[in-house]
Design a protein around this ligand. Structure first.
Ligand SMILES: Nc1ncnc2c1ncn2[C@@H]1O[C@H](COP(=O)(O)OP(=O)(O)OP(=O)(O)O)[C@@H](O)[C@H]1O
Length: 255
């Protein structure tokens, strides 16, 4: 079953149209969202999480109409969102961040502590739960952010460029975490890193200049690049891109 269904979805920022009538659906597992800078990825994610109401078109998230003001709250309660940059009070510890997130998502008071500890265990931060966030490494901070995004056990988790600034080891840990979470929640992962997509995603959406340039399996996008790679090799050119990167380049330059 689709967790997100968008039909002819448009989004504006001020007078500028950013999303030009996009139609797609997101199902189970991990779906990647790729696109050049300024393509509209963050705008799309902020629309899915109801931070921005759709300008026009239809958007249904977890069976709920995101265009309806009175039902938007339900979408917020049932989605988890890790924005690109998340702020927090300087004295907050890991446990404070996650408990606060649980409270803001409407978790009943009596269950906040239990669910917060569980989410912190899920992201493997139990040993540092009393440590101030400002004292964590970039990778740990990102995991604390994920704990706060999953504490209310959302069926849809949206991650906006979560691997920026992480070292290779932290990226590996992050990918393992996303894969394990995907057994119980659909994940939409926006990233610039095709490696992240090839390792954790089954399907991928490519957004370019506010339009869907590709919607399909990661394998299919790689296949689009295979022909290009073979051609380059036949010409004796050095191959500097993976097939997935070539497939991606092909769909964003063929508009
Ligand atoms: N708050 C805003 N007000 C006006 N325009 C905005 C705002 N936020 C983004 N934009 C514009 O909307 C367009 C899409 O931006 P968006 O951040 O959604 O793209 P993106 O694909 O996430 O880019 P990046 O990969 O650089 O994060 C850009 O041209 C950007 O300048």
């Amino acid at each position: 079953m689709a967790v997100v269904e968008a039909r002819e979805l448009e989004q504006r920022r001020g007078t500028r149209k950013i999303l030009h009538g996009v139609s797609f659906s997101v199902g189970a597992g991990v779906t990647g969202l790729l696109g050049p800078n300024g393509a509209g990825k963050t705008t799309l994610l902020e629309t899915l999480t109801t931070l921005l109401p759709p300008s026009s078109g239809s958007l249904v998230v977890l069976g709920v109409d995101a265009g309806e003001r009175r039902t938007r709250q339900e979408i917020r309660r049932r989605t988890g969102f890790l924005p690109q940059n998340f702020g927090y009070p300087s004295n907050f510890r890991v446990i404070d961040l996650v408990e606060y997130a649980a409270w803001s998502k409407g978790v009943p008071r009596g269950r906040i502590s239990e669910l917060a500890h569980e989410a912190i265990r899920d992201v493997d931060l139990a040993e540092v739960e009393k440590r101030p966030l400002r004292a964590l490494s970039g990778g740990m901070l990102r995991r604390a952010g994920i704990a706060s995004a999953i504490v209310h056990r959302p069926p849809l988790l949206i991650l906006d460029e979560p691997t920026v600034g992480l070292d290779p080891q932290q990226r590996t840990q992050f990918r393992e975490l996303v894969l394990s979470l995907s057994a119980r929640t659909s994940v939409l992962l926006s990233t610039h890193l095709t490696e992240d997509i090839s390792v954790v995603c089954e399907s991928v959406l490519v957004l370019n200049e506010g339009r869907i340039a590709f919607d399909g399996s990661v394998r299919r996008l790689s296949e689009l690049g295979h022909g290009e790679a073979a051609q380059a090799a036949a010409h004796g050119d050095r191959v500097t891109q993976t097939a997935l990167e070539r497939g991606y380049d092909k769909v964003v330059t063929s508009v």
